[in-house]
Design a protein around this ligand. Structure first.
Ligand SMILES: [Zn+2]
Length: 286
């Protein structure tokens, strides 16, 4: 009987010691050290089982195994991103995945000095407050203007759609003021040649608080611009020619020029501080 009791004591001690080490396996290293001590001090209580103190070895091997599985699963999502996809291109620039849009849709027509739209004209024009627009953006424009006026701010629609012919006339006139091509001293366009002005898309508007001529950077200080530039994306518009993107848009800062691109794209563009050219590059449009 005594032998059985001794054996039982040893078995219980092994179970107890195992439990002790197992419970400390997930604790920091300092706790592991303490666990070692408690097991050693616990052992002498049962005088007839000195072998139990040899238990720490299996507990440590268990401790070595546990930290390994955690670091490995994290890198797996990256290889699934196609570097030639919008999300892949965005990730390479440290940007979040862009919205799932069709970059060839009408909202994304790109007109700049390297993307001529020739003699394109919107399919249907609609007049709002004396300016013509692509009829598809009129409701959004009305909503944005009404929201800004609801803040007690005055809004003046200064220039909407301009046809190829209108732009030809304006270009020739302004070109004489800013020879030889209609650019400022930094080489940024002040007036674009016909076919390359965004006004020909009917998707934009020069907006001031009252009739202002000429339009200049001081408009950025008006409460109207400060409010509208913060809220335009809620209606699908962007500040098309930001001050920090002149090298990309090749157009001087225009705190009056708002362009429609739809709410999803406008929100992404505003949140990430990019311009339309950079946004479309995410979809492979260079
Ligand atoms: Zn404009």
């Amino acid at each position: 009987m005594r032998v059985i009791r001794v054996l039982l004591g040893i078995v219980l001690l092994i179970v107890f010691a195992g439990y002790c080490y197992f419970s400390f396996v997930s604790a920091p290293k300092a706790a592991d050290f303490e666990a070692g001590q408690t097991a050693e001090t616990a052992a002498p209580q049962e005088t007839r089982a000195p072998e139990a103190t040899a238990q720490p070895a299996p507990a440590e091997t268990a401790a070595e195994e546990t930290p390994e599985p955690t670091p490995e699963p994290t890198p797996t999502p990256e290889p699934t991103l196609d570097p030639e996809s919008p999300a892949g291109r965005a990730a390479a620039l440290g940007l979040p995945a862009p919205p799932d849009i069709d970059p060839t849709s009408w909202e994304f027509i790109l007109a700049n000095d390297t993307h001529s739209i020739g003699e394109y004209a919107p399919p249907e024009l609609e007049t709002l407050e004396g300016q013509k627009f692509d009829s598809r953006i009129v409701q959004a424009m009305k909503d944005m203007v009404a929201d800004t006026r609801a803040q007690g701010l005055s809004v003046y629609l200064s220039s909407g759609y301009r046809s190829f012919g209108d732009q030809q006339y304006l270009y020739n006139k302004k070109k004489a003021e800013y020879p030889p091509e209609g650019k400022d001293s930094n080489g940024r366009w002040i007036v674009l040649p016909p076919g390359t002005s965004e006004h020909q898309t009917g998707l934009c508007c020069d907006i001031t608080y009252i009739y202002v001529n000429p339009k200049d950077r001081s408009l950025a200080n008006t409460p109207m611009f400060q409010y509208m530039s913060q809220h335009c994306q809620e209606f699908g518009f962007i500040v098309r020619y930001p001050s920090d993107k002149e090298e990309t848009t090749m157009v001087m800062y225009e705190p009056w020029h708002f362009r429609y691109v739809g709410v999803e794209a406008a929100t992404y563009i505003a949140e990430n501080g990019i311009c339309l050219e950079e946004f479309l590059q995410l979809y492979g449009i260079e």
